[in-house]
Design a binder for this molecule. Structure first.
Ligand SMILES: [Zn+2]
Length: 262
């Protein structure tokens, strides 16, 4: 059984001590490929370094996460555009919109999300989209882009909105990725929502080091834990773990154009 963790923040200082052991556990658990997702200029560079240090296993995405837009330097966007051209960079983001935290004025978030949308079109690399408490805003911007340019290549990461939002995202071409929250007792609505998503549009992720899935909840999250989210997703969909692993892995590999592991 083979898995792909499509969203990690392995640059985080919580991995500084033991990253090789973390990656070893991932591969022993069948987590063969992992996306290292950048959120600002320093972490974008770190993700590219990681992808170079662990070719085949790690791949980078680069972008400015909405909560980090306000703090970025004037040249940071140009650096994203440059890094996005590299072969070890397989996706654009994370990007998106966030009304939960108030760290970046909303118009500035919209400006940067629009830039990521354009960069994804230019590079043909998939978007990694974060949305928190702003479904209406994200759908408005996605609809606008979709109306002008057609299907959008990307994933709604750590998705926890409702089935209607999922349906609209799917119709615009976006895939849906589930994180550890799916396994939480209180997340019955997410478990109901996923049943409406076709098997060929689902991905899994840890979003580590945050929000580890049950039964590891409360611990530092890491890529090997993605199997727990996968197991929960299999149960929701009424299929075996092997089947959900096969589907989510094929979907992630297709979306981010990842090579077959050697
Ligand atoms: Zn993230």
């Amino acid at each position: 059984v083979e898995w792909i963790d499509t969203h990690t923040h392995l640059f985080d200082k919580q991995f500084r001590q033991d990253l090789p052991a973390v990656l070893q556990r991932a591969s022993e658990t069948g987590v063969r490929q992992i996306l290292a997702v950048g959120i600002d200029h320093p972490s974008n560079l770190a993700c590219v370094d990681l992808a170079r240090s662990y070719p085949q296993q790690l791949f980078a995405t680069v972008g400015i996460q909405p909560n980090h837009v306000a703090e970025c330097a004037a040249t940071d966007w140009d650096e994203v555009v440059k890094l996005a051209q590299l072969p070890e960079v397989v996706g654009i983001g994370e990007t998106g919109l966030d009304r939960y935290w108030d760290r970046t004025p909303f118009p500035q978030q919209e400006d940067f999300f629009a830039r990521h949308l354009t960069l994804s079109r230019q590079t043909q690399k998939a978007l990694v989209i974060h949305t928190r408490e702003c479904d209406a805003d994200i759908l408005r911007m996605l609809r606008e882009d979709f109306a002008k340019h057609g299907p959008i290549l990307g994933v709604m990461h750590s998705f926890c909105s409702n089935a209607e939002v999922a349906k609209e995202c799917l119709e615009m071409g976006l895939d849906i990725s589930l994180a550890g929250m799916l396994t939480y007792k209180s997340a019955e609505d997410i478990r109901q929502m996923v049943k409406s998503v076709p098997l060929n549009r689902l991905l899994v992720e840890t979003d580590c080091p945050y929000l580890a899935p049950v039964p590891q909840r409360g611990k530092r999250n890491e890529p090997s834990f993605v199997v727990h989210t996968g197991a929960c997703l299999a149960e929701c969909m009424g299929i075996s773990r092997a089947e959900i692993a096969k589907h989510t892995t094929a979907n992630a590999r297709r979306l981010f154009k990842l090579p077959e592991p050697v």
